[in-house]
Design a protein around this ligand. Sequence first.
Ligand SMILES: [Ca+2]
Length: 367
Amino acid sequence: MNVVDGDTVKQAGKGRRAGGALLLVLGFIMLGSWIVLQFMGRVKSEMAVRGRGDEAVVARNLAFQALEITIGVLAEIRLLDDGLYNPAQGWGDPMVFAGSAARGEDDFATGEEPAAYGEQLDESAAILFPEGFEVEVRIRDESGLLPLNHTSEDRWKHFFELMEFSADDALVLTHSLLDWIDRDDRPRLHGAEAETYMLRSPPYRPANAPITDIQDLLLIQGFDRLFFDEVGVPNDRFRTFEDHVSVWSDGPVNMNTAPILVLQTLAEDLNFEVDRVVDFLTGPDGKRGTFVDRILRPGVVEADLPRDNSGNLLDFRAESRYLEVDVRVFYGTTTFRLMARLDSTESDPEDIYPMKIVYIQTWGGKS
Ligand SMILES: [Ca+2]
């Protein structure tokens, strides 16, 4: 796997049942705890050999180890719980899951107040890192977002209207985005192709290909005016858009992790009441995004499974396939950051990891 600092290199809860959570933990111990032990052993010996002067090196190593632990947790849960659908399966806070598993505890079945994924269930359950280093891991399920390059015209129109753009602006944004991506040079009614962009100064051509960098929106008619200020600085609407789309997801949207605006967009398109989905997912504590959330997935049998307005069950087959793992290691006044994209359903071409690492980027620290 190739990694380059500051640059992009391609290539490279509770379970559904308490017994399920226990099974996961036991499975993790049998199959994966060696990973944790090996990593921790390595960090400690590095600390001893290098001493205090090389904190940046330790921070970098810790970040990679946290990523490997995260991959281990995801792979174990995927294997033993037959797929990844919802962080409530235990992967919402992978360091806590791995820490509990390494100690043989079943914290997911005994926690009193259900915690949000971002908060640790129990500080003492998390993996212990060397003193002076704090490690934070966040997982964003891009499968719950609108695929930037694979979303229909109807969904975009609904989405831009839900973002409170006028009907006219919603049309311009939708048509211009689709024209920018599609291969032909025939503009839609409110869109734009080469004939529009070649009149600009300096002139340029549309990509006529999938967007890989979200900053390219600055070049697209409508987005240039509505998502950036006069000098090209992204505004709040750009940030809202960025939080709801994925540049690399190409599959169906996973409703388990979809933000409310994405669920509302799907609801308009598929004709269902968004509250039915939210009420189901929320679970007994009345809060969405905690470890007692219920999970929408194939095989679940519950009386209140969400249906559309014609009474048909919604499609819950979409998995948490495209995962962005954001690791931050804090030490002194400095932070080392590592961001990785994982395709949880593809195998690693080099057969080192249990899933494919599509991309890694790092900031800070020494190599
Ligand atoms: Ca085009």
